[in-house]
Design a protein around this ligand. Sequence first.
Ligand code: FES
Ligand SMILES: [Fe+2]
Length: 357
Amino acid sequence: MLQTEHPVLRKFYYPVIPMSELKDGPKPITMFGQPLVVWLDEAGKPAAAVDRCCHRSAKLSKGTIRNGSVVCPYHGWAFNGEGKCTYFPQSKLENPPKVYKIKAYRCEERYGYVWVALEEPLTGIPEFKRFGEPGFRQIHEFYHVVNCSGLRMMENSFDNAHIAFVHHNTFGDNNDPIPAEINLVQNEWGFEMFSEINVTNKLNKEVKAINVESDETVRTTHSRWFMPFIRQTDITYPTGLVNSIVTCVTPIEEGSCMLTQFVFRNDTEEQVPAEKVIAFDRAVVAEDLEVLESTEPNVALDVTQRLETHMYSDKPGIVMREMLLKLLESHGERETLPQLNPPQLYKMEILDPVKEQ
Ligand code: FES
Ligand SMILES: [Fe+2]
């Protein structure tokens, strides 16, 4: 699947920028290869439109804001959140001509981020567990580009088998490579997964303060996948600490995404400063990216094509492939399969982990 090639993937909301980054004017973002300008209107609500003036194609993100409209830096035309030209300084006409307009997109503020859907969304912005729950704080962690595909990033979040290898310097144990069991329950727009994962605490003393008192503990996890590229992993430790991580990957181009991550926690800034929480998760994500950015961005959804091999613990990633393939097919779309070099077809019997159960 080439992530920017499928119109159906544009029918979801994605976070595109933290609200705090819009305070000083319009900003450019790119999603699915489409450059957009994002800004705040008079009421402080976010707006998004194509980052191209209909007059001479200047980038509106280089402009300013006037009465809630984005003002083109070239000749000063201003456009509101519906894309309508609201001000046309070269004419004394009260209303600018109707043809002066740009394409605007559905845009909402949620959880402190701007969410955009390029097409009529099939489902809403995910309702995250812990949001607004008494005793929980929200910490913004990351907003940066990652050079891998959204699906590779997503399946990694549900992959218990990589922890012992990729994370052996932070919370994994490479002497214990057997992945924790999972219980996976599908729903209309994704799945829920439950797992008890034994983890270590190797990074440093500061990190120890974040998670647990001892060197080893167990994470009781309730993870949710929201199609196509959002997950929440709600982790409860034996101490009662809850660390609930939300990871969103918004495709920019093939092979690149904007990673937005934030957490909800039921401790306080005095107990564990936000910067220590961020430092730990930054170390963990850096370990993942070291590997993920080496993977091929075009992921074959159709496992019967025998372009990858699988093992039993890959079930979440296989369910993702199956559900995404169904989504594509139900919208009349077909995936472009990767070409292996040299060409190779893997054996079928190791491709169906369901039979291994
Ligand atoms: S290019 Fe935008 S007003 Fe002329
Ligand atoms: Fe990981």
